[in-house]
Design a protein around this ligand. Structure first.
Ligand SMILES: Cc1cc2nc3c(=O)[nH]c(=O)nc-3n(C[C@H](O)[C@H](O)[C@H](O)COP(=O)(O)O)c2cc1C
Length: 80
C-alpha cells in the first residue's frame, strides 16, 4: 500500500513493540500509531524504548463512562 500511495504512511491497528519495529524495518510504514495500548500506558513511548512491561487495557471502560480507564492507568514511575 505504501508503494502504491507513494507518500508517507502511518499504520495502526493491533501493533505491539515487535510488530511495529518490523513494519518500520521492512519499510511497510514510516510511523506506527497505537490506540488501545496508549490508553493503558500513558508513558508508552518510554516503555517501548526500554522494552518495559506493558499494562493491559480494560476494554469495558472504552467508549464512554467516566475517567476510569482513561486517566487512571499508572505510569511506570508511579507503579514501580
Ligand atoms: C477508545 C477508542 C476510541 C477510538 N475512537 C476512534 C474514532 O473516533 N475515530 C477513529 O478513526 N478511530 C478511533 N479509534 C481507533 C484508533 O484511532 C486507532 O486507529 C486504533 O485504536 C489503532 O489500533 P490499536 O488500538 O490496536 O493500537 C479509537 C480507538 C479506541 C481504543
Amino acid at each position: 500500500m505504501k508503494k502504491a500511495f507513494g507518500g508517507r504512511v502511518i499504520s495502526a491497528g493491533g501493533y505491539v513493540r515487535e510488530t511495529a519495529a518490523g513494519a518500520i524495518a521492512e519499510g511497510r510504514a514510516d510511523a506506527i500509531a497505537f490506540g488501545q495500548l496508549f490508553i493503558a500506558n500513558p508513558d508508552l513511548p518510554e516503555r517501548l524504548r526500554t522494552a518495559a512491561p506493558l499494562d493491559r487495557y480494560h476494554r469495558p471502560t472504552f467508549y464512554g463512562g467516566d475517567a476510569r480507564g482513561y486517566t487512571d492507568y499508572p505510569a511506570l514511575s508511579a507503579s514501580a
